[in-house]
Design a protein around this ligand. Structure first.
Ligand code: ZN
Length: 284
């Protein structure tokens, strides 16, 4: 268990180690009493960062119980807040980043926190929980979203040819079987899971997968380059939504058409898998 004060100081010191500016901006959220961490009946549990106007420090809503993975959530939400504070000089239309870059600062901040915590050699249970959370989230947001897109493509084609709900269910189940193979049992009821996935209807071809993998790939670049990467990264966040994602990334030297850049993101994940497997092997 980590007290709220301990969690804040861990998050701030992990940001500070990267760049004092990140810690300074994150501190503003606490100084202005914009972080609602209190547990209250009926309060939404998961973290959420709320942006109102460029010149207002964002608000964060998060029910904090003291678990280590909640410090990662804290870092994640603070990452969102830092992103919009760094871009606060833009007008309201260019201030917030577009969807592909919307999870960059949050995921990156989470990775900074995880590395910081792991470097302090916490006990094996905490290490395992942190690594598992990272991989679990990455699966849900990178791989699963990719499979969702394949389903959406197939569904849109089938609907054009007059598909029924039953056909879409068959397509969905086929997608799940291909995705999980023999590793996960997929009961027949899951053929209707797509009905409950709201972004298929409200935001077709959601691109969050791109954003998450982008943050991992940028983190890999930071690990390779060290110091010179930092100012470029801050410039990327400070650009907010003032240009198209591809143009902003090109300005900071990232070519999103280069497969090697994306491979860097998967390399970060591969290292996490090796670490987690190593821990499981020693525990046996
Ligand atoms: Zn987020």
């Amino acid at each position: 268990m980590y007290s709220f004060t301990a969690a804040v100081s861990l998050a701030l010191s992990s940001f500070h180690a990267f760049h004092p500016r990140l810690a300074q901006l994150a501190r503003r959220v606490f100084d202005e009493d914009h972080y609602d961490s209190e547990l209250r009946p009926g309060k939404q549990g998961i973290g959420r960062c709320i942006f109102v106007m460029p010149d207002l420090t964002p608000w964060i809503l998060h029910s904090y119980h003291g678990q280590p993975d909640e410090i990662a959530t804290m870092a994640h939400e603070l990452g969102h807040a830092i992103h919009c504070m760094l871009a606060a000089h833009h007008n309201i239309l260019h201030w917030l980043s577009s969807l592909p870059l919307a999870e960059t600062a949050s995921t990156f901040a989470e990775l900074l926190l995880i590395d910081h915590l792991l470097a302090q050699n916490p006990d094996p249970d905490i290490r395992q929980m942190l690594l598992f959370k990272q991989l679990d989230d990455a699966y849900a947001t990178i791989m699963r979203q990719g499979w969702f897109t394949l389903f959406e493509q197939a569904a849109h084609d089938a609907i054009r040819d007059g598909a029924t709900v039953a056909t879409l269910g068959d397509l969905y189940l086929e997608n799940l079987h291909e995705q999980f193979g023999t590793t996960v049992e997929t009961p027949d009821d899951f053929r209707y899971e797509w009905v409950a996935i709201s972004h298929f209807f409200s935001m077709p071809f959601y691109v969050y997968a791109f954003g998450q993998l982008l943050a991992f790939a940028l983190y890999e670049q930071y690990q390779r380059e060290g110091e010179p990467f930092k100012e470029r990264y801050l410039a990327l966040l400070a650009a907010g939504g003032s240009a198209a994602p591809m143009a902003l990334l090109a300005q900071v030297g990232v070519d999103v058409t280069d497969a090697n850049f994306w491979q860097g993101g998967f390399d970060v994940l591969a290292r996490l898998v090796v670490q987690l497997e190593g821990m499981a092997a020693t525990a046996e």
